[in-house]
Design a binder for this molecule. Sequence first.
Ligand SMILES: C[S@@+](CC[C@H](N)C(=O)[O-])C[C@H]1O[C@@H](n2cnc3c(N)ncnc32)[C@H](O)[C@@H]1O
Length: 260
Amino acid sequence: MTDAAMPEEPKPSKKIANQYERGYDYTQYWNDRDYENAAEQIAIRRLLGTRRFRHAADIGGGFGRLCLLLSEYADKVTLAEPALSQLEAAKNVLKDTDVEQIQMQADRLLFDDGSLDLITMVRVMHHIPEPSEEFAEISRVLAEGGVAIIEVANYGHFVNRMKHKRAKKPLPIEPVNIRSDNPDEPDAIAFVNHNIDTVLGQLREAGLVLDEKLSVSNLRSQKLKKVLPEKVMLAIEKATQKLLARKNFGPSIFLKLKKA
Ligand SMILES: C[S@@+](CC[C@H](N)C(=O)[O-])C[C@H]1O[C@@H](n2cnc3c(N)ncnc32)[C@H](O)[C@@H]1O
């Protein structure tokens, strides 16, 4: 083969995205979050409807929490995750499945152009303050007619919106740092909440346009969890995800996107 015919090697990333390897057991995070887990699954199912897919990938999929759900919709599923510790945990979670597991990060996706017809990226955007490179990659690997579902940690949720209204301050358009502690390492992972309209603009620039939007985990509150049975919480969640999306009410906004 001549050099000209060789496939191009992906360029190494300048970003560090494997911080979850640093002794953090993310599986424990879900111990008392059945409501949030179920709310996200309700949203994904609603956005996917009855459609069947060829090849799905969950980007930044962690230990594979959502891969089993994706397997119900796609012939092939890939867990794409930068942290080896997560991939190690995934071996157990996905041991009885044929979900493929590959180490990669969102700004350097190891998929061919247009090779995926379903992409999900959930609970990853709060680690990516400036997501243009990641969106360009998602757009590159998404097939024409394919679906991308990107979950965004929403700064402008109801409580913050009221706070800003009272203070007569507009909502920021830039991502807001939500770290409560001081990072102990110079390359510590970012924790941000986003302005949904800013993110939609960044997606448009990458060639991805909004098809549908859902407001998710609308009742995320320790107090409510104590007084309302989970069944009731989820019934309310189901009934409100679409309605409340108009005002970006909840802490988590699910965007269903297609190629422009
Ligand atoms: C909060 S966990 C969410 C995991 C999974 N998506 C879920 O919802 O269960 C965040 C995940 O994003 C991964 N991550 C962080 N930065 C990333 C990046 N730039 N590209 C891809 N994944 C990233 C982390 O390694 C971690 O597994």
